[in-house]
Every structure is written in structure tokens, then in C-alpha cells.
Write a protein that binds this ligand. Sequence first.
Ligand code: IPE
Ligand code: IPE
Ligand code: MG
Length: 236
Amino acid sequence: MNLPKNLPRHIAIIMDGNGRWAAQRKLSRIKGHEKGAQTVRTIVRTCARIGVKELTLYAFSRENWKRPRLEILFLMSLLKKYLVKERAELMKNNIIFKTIGRIDELPAGVRKEIQENIRLTARHTGLTLRLALNYGSRTEIVDAARRLATEVKKNNLKINQISEKKFARCLYDPSMSDPDLLIRTGGNMRVSNFLLWQISYAELWVTPTLWPDFKPEDLSRAIRDYAQRERRFGGL
Ligand code: IPE
Ligand code: IPE
Ligand code: MG
């Protein structure tokens, strides 16, 4: 794979287009999600191999609860299976597993496998794979505000001590760095309530390719485009 030297340290991906991939083939949406899970495996493996430090994947949003009950049930069972099935892969590739989102609202069976993966990979030193599950960025910001307010109320924090840094430490994963590159598959030019705080200066890259069709070569194209951009962060 032909890659530039200045790799993005942190890549975030809105994995969209599973349903459309299935519809194009006259299959049920469920088949699209199954194929999408295979793409997750190859992209995680590729990121671990090329030396990306953090990969954050939008897997289930808080808004996704609006979908038909059967699709949600299937997604939860697929997620649970994925968490178990990929365990060996996480171990073999030295991957640290994390999540962001309201995990306490997920089914108990899913929560158990999440905790197990976090525990088993905590001492690893390679890629951090972070799944956004039952995640909504506005909810994350509100949850952070609640935590800060609690600290103020307990007199552990003064209002004028609240800074961007302190605020960021109250987000779901305090160790998370801001994404350098945000990829969205499926062609829609929107962020759908993903990492609103963290993507302030991320480089955006949208491809019409549907997530089940997304290949390591597409990732490599995104990384090469990223490397050619001039990041200015408001300066000159
Ligand atoms: C993304 O694919 C996966 C999830 C949101 C869980 P979609 O299911 O949104 O696929 P489209 O956008 O309908 O094609
Ligand atoms: C974003 O995709 C959420 C995930 C990829 C998990 P959606 O398909 O839910 O987003 P919208 O509805 O097109 O904005
Ligand atoms: Mg979609």
C-alpha cells in the first residue's frame, strides 16, 4: 500500500450505506449489515498494520433506535457476535478496545462482551479501536455538562475554572484525541450527530462508496488526500 509519511493519527468513520448496498442487490437490509461487519474487520486490520493510532467507528447512534424493532434486534445480535468473534483478532494485533456512548442503555448481553473486550485488551499498546455505540454527540456534551455541574455543586470546581480542556476531560473517553480525518461512506454530506466537539478541525472526506464496498484501497486514497491538505487551524 502506497502511503504518505504524515499519516492521520486518529481516523473517525461514519460507516454508512449498508441498507442501500443490500437494496441494490434486492437483499434485506440485514445482509447489508452483515457485509458491513466484514468491512469493519478489514479496515481495523489495515489501520493496525499501517500504524494509525486511533480508529473511531460510528456503529450505532442514539437516533438509530427510531428504526424498525427487527432491524435493531438484528443489529444488537450482530454486535454481540462481532464482539466475541473479533476477540482473537484484537489479541493478535495488539489492539486496545474502547467504546463511547451511553453503554449502560445497551442490552446486558452486549454490555458483558464489551466489558470483556475492554478488560482483555487494556494492556495492549497498538491501535485503539473505539466503537461509538448508542452514541449521540449532543448527549455526550450534555452528559459532560452534568458532570461539570456536579463538580461545581460539590465545591470541587469553580465556574471560572471550567476550560475547554476540563470540558473535554468530561467527554466519554478522556484519553481520546481529536480526529484528524473524518471519513463518511455512502455519499451524504452530513455529520449525523457524530463527535461535534472533537471534529472542530478535522479534515472531512466523503465518498459515494457504500460501507460494505469500502476497501483498504479506498482508505489509502482518503489518507493520501488528507496528507496533501494544508491544515491551518485558523493560523497562516
Ligand atoms: C449504516 O448503514 C449502519 C447503521 C446506521 C447501523 P445504514 O443502515 O444507515 O444504511 P443506509 O444509509 O440505509 O444505506
Ligand atoms: C449515521 O448513519 C450513524 C451510523 C453510521 C451509525 P445514519 O444512516 O443513521 O445517518 P442519517 O440518518 O443518514 O443521518
Ligand atoms: Mg444510513
